[in-house]
Design a protein around this ligand. Sequence first.
Ligand code: BGC
Ligand code: NOJ
Length: 814
Amino acid sequence: MKFGYFDDVNREYVITQPDTPLPWINYLGCEAYFGIISNTAGGYSFYRDARLRRLTRYRYNNVPLDCGGRYVYLRDDESKQFWSPSWQPTRTEVENYSCRHGLGYSIIGSTSNGIEAHTRYFVPMGENLEIWQVKVTNRRATKATISAFANIEFCLWDAQDDGTNFQRNFNTGEVEVEDGVIYHKTEYRERRNHFAYFACSRPTAGFDTQRESFLGRNRGWDSPAAVEAGQLTNSVAHGWSPIGAHQVKLELEPGETQQIVFVLGYHENSVDQKFDPPGSQTINKSTVKPIIAKYLDAKEADAAFERLHQYWDGLLNICQVNTPDIHTNRMVSIWNAYQCMATFNMSRSASFYESGIGRGLGFRDSNQDLLGFVHMVPSRARERILDLASTQLPTGGAYHQYQPLTKRGNNDIGGGFNDDPHWLIVGVSAYLKETGDWSILDEPVPYDNQPGSEQPLYEHLQRSFSYTLSRLGPHGLPLIGRADWNDCLNLNCFSDTPGQSFQTTTNKEGKVAESVFIAGLFVFAGREFADIAKHRGLESEAASCLAEVAKMEEAINQHGWDGEWFLRAYDDFGAKIGSKECDEGKIFIESNGFCALAGIGLEDGKAAKAMAAVHAHLATKHGIVLQQPAYSKYYLNLGEISSYPPGYKENAGIFCHVNPWVMIGEARLGHGDQAHDYYNRINPSAREEISDQHRCEPYVYAQMIAGKDAPSFGEAKNSWLTGTAAWNYYAIVQWILGIRTSLDGLQIAPVIPTNWPGFSARRVFRGVLYRIAIERQGSGNHIALTVDGVPIEGNIVPPPTDGRELVMVKGILS
Ligand code: BGC
Ligand code: NOJ
């Protein structure tokens, strides 16, 4: 069952039923001002940091779900009936409901009582504000008298505090209302130099800023007393809960449409010019007023929307593919790329499942996110790399997370996740391959943000690589530390105390437990690093790095191979994890996927065996589960992985982030059919038909789909913010379609399904447009390339050096 459809031409997903199984959300903003918005206008906004600069309030896990948002109410002032065109929060029955989630905007609306209304929400490029364009049309045969209300609830900035510190919060709220604009200025009197505002393009018939005056006592957003009465009360909040509500009266002739523009924004003043007049407590509005005036003008708003549209056209046009499979096309050319922007911006901080409070930007997460993002805005990828590297510790290890507002490592979580440093190599390598910008390696970058500790970025990569060499365990495999990629495999934690953090509690010295996954990652990252060194002319460094890689491969062959597949780890007792000897957790996806991806065992048959074992033991129709058999009880020596009921999350859920490792492994083995089959098992568009079972949005990946051990097998959770976005993008584009960036140029090495006659693509690479056409003439993966009609040796097409901006690449697969 579906709840909408893809409008591929307009690059929108159109939801046609408001009561989707879960709120289906979209992101507004892609620079500094952000919002999440659900298909019924729920959600919230923030400036840069979802915890520390939250503009509006949202109630996670409320009943009903998805409470708090950018709400518009309409009231027929004759019949006194009122409703929400976005269905929530009144949940009055409406006709022709639709929510068009597009690239950086959402348009939500419906018709009720012969009154059609749609609101377009978006954040203009370069501004710290959002625009709501509400269009109301009278579809009746007679004149209509309508009151339109727009409403938000302010958050008192620090979202954590806002939801907990009520003894203070109920006393601090302050607003100003001037010329019909509502200014939220809680804590502006003291250390904040920022405020929020909510403005309206039309003369208003009233406003409210105190929540209780708007809602009435003991009422919710579904039936605000002031809306019911048809008159806002002009309340000025002092303490309690400041809101922003405007009322506009509309007289609509039959067929007439009128537009109201609302602007919600964030603004900072300089410390010495906070107040006007100086010495007063009144906000100095001189710098914000021109911005407000500009965007309340519908023509300016339309122009800003057009610019946003063009921005996304430009980003998506960097890579467009046309294959025989619609799901591949729409994910690669539109939605997967779009999701990669969201994960780049948000890391794992703010979604319907991430409260924006718990986590900053993850070191490993943000580095991996680059794989799907770097081609879109390389300059921002560069900045991110330098920020991440600045939080690296002198040991080569890394803070597991950093706060986006301060760009400082997060001390509460600390470091000691022994896979982390290698992802920096992976991220930098992806950047170099995309851009050829070698200057990044010479950038001076501090350790732990300490001034004076700056060293070239290249040295950070050296320390990342060496980090593992001084942390090897009894089998010569990397010690796992607090956890590796799998945050829930906590082999040194041994926690028996409720509420302890599995990630940061360590009760063991950590000198025994080893990770085969990190070993595979070390081999992968080590080879990338050696390539970088070689390109810099550092032959002997490259050689010694490859010698260490070879030693690690040997350790994997000796101690990381279980006979039919790769082991996962050794625990603190030196016992195997992910082995046929185990009762539960006999085989894991991560070590198998990553070793195959890294090319380990390609020659001696191990990779092929491992992939066959994954197929036999882990593959399901909804995707590949993380391990089998699921852990049926809590194991002290394993940690959080065994805390989940079987089939969820890391305990044998279909963890979509790691599925592409297997796809790439299969592609490296030349198995295009299998690789693409796995790709479409978790591709959200390919699952659209089972939306009632999948339940999450059909246009973006979810982190997890319940595995076969769960009663809800096939149900997705944690959509949007997941490494799944970047890895699936990377797997399909670079390994299955084989349009792969390399240090020397664009490599073309497709491993596509045998029944595809070919495909075409456009890819802008280092300023040159590559038009690629692949034609299948045989069933293998051998490729013969011509560039502008001239056959070339090998499969790497370097960017032309003669100023040409277009190359035509033709490939014959046989
Ligand atoms: C989740 C992991 C996540 C970790 C982050 C765990 O509860 O299962 O997926 O990486 O929290 O701290
Ligand atoms: C989600 C986390 O963000 C990521 O860092 C981790 O690798 C996976 N969960 C697996 O635990």
